[in-house]
Design a protein around this ligand. Structure first.
Ligand code: ADP
Ligand code: MG
Length: 234
């Protein structure tokens, strides 16, 4: 287990005319390989702002963000399931899933396995506009894990899912963590939280850890990290 991304006393202030909002307020946190961290908090509590700082799409007003050298600007270094999904509308579902490969990143999962694990069978030749929002979101999850990134960031990745499909997505994220990624997901789904390693609560930009960290020995004993069908990467 190694540190992949570390935030030290990070503050981000959004300014809109006379109004200033401390969307992220003096947050220090470390995200490590082989760990799945959940970020919970009400709408507007700063989850997306914090994730954008972790990703590097935004920069802090105060404090610093440290990234391991494995966390480069490729899909293999850091992959994102954005809140807005970010699928390419002119590509098919299959081509969207394979986009990181087409851009030259090495493959770690077979598309067929991801399509099965995420219930996307029969949709690969359609374009995003021709599938449901939930299916689009599962496509974005498949695209984010296909290269087994060093860091995987997912912003409310189960927001458009029923329970069964939420479980499928969590299984894929847990598998990515078990295979070595540092996984960070923002979520509202309390029922998912007992399956992740660490839970951080955001309240008006302030972060506090909820669960004690689960030991690696306990984690390895649980055998709960295979997606349906038991596929492993490679
Ligand atoms: P969450 O993802 O938890 O819903 P956000 O990080 O999106 O929260 O937003 C945190 C706070 O910052 C909210 O009050 C939101 O309105 C505000 N905010 C987010 N982005 C901007 C922006 N670009 N400009 C001004 N205010 C923003
Ligand atoms: Mg958000």
């Amino acid at each position: 287990m190694s540190d992949r991304i570390r935030l030290e006393s990070v503050t981000r202030i959004h300014r809109r005319r006379a109004e200033t909002i401390r969307a992220v307020d003096d947050v220090s946190v470390t995200f490590r390989s082989r760990r799945v961290a959940a970020l919970v908090g009400p709408s507007g509590s700063g989850k997306t702002t914090l994730l954008n700082l972790v990703i590097g799409w935004d920069t802090p007003d105060e404090g610093r963000v440290f990234r391991d050298e494995s966390v480069d600007r490729t899909w293999q270094g850091l992959s994102v399931v954005p809140q807005g999904l970010g699928l390419v509308p002119d590509l098919t579902i299959g081509e969207n899933i394979e986009l990181p490969i087409a851009l030259g990143n090495p493959r770690r999962y077979r598309s067929e396995d991801l399509i099965e694990h995420l219930g996307l069978g029969g949709l690969v030749d359609r374009r995003p506009a021709e599938v449901s929002l939930g299916e689009q979101q599962r496509t974005a999850v498949a695209r984010a894990v296909i290269c087994q990134p060093a860091v995987l960031i997912a912003d409310e990745p189960t927001a458009h899912q029923d329970e069964h499909n939420s479980d499928r997505i969590l299984a894929v994220l847990l598998a990515a963590g078990a295979a070595g990624a540092a996984v960070v997901l923002a979520t509202h789904e309390e029922r998912l939280l007992d399956r992740v390693d660490e839970v951080f609560e955001l309240t008006e930009g302030r972060l506090r850890q909820r669960h004690p960290v689960v030991s690696d020995v306990d984690r390895d004993d649980r055998g709960r990290r295979e997606p349906d069908g038991g596929g492993t990467p490679e």
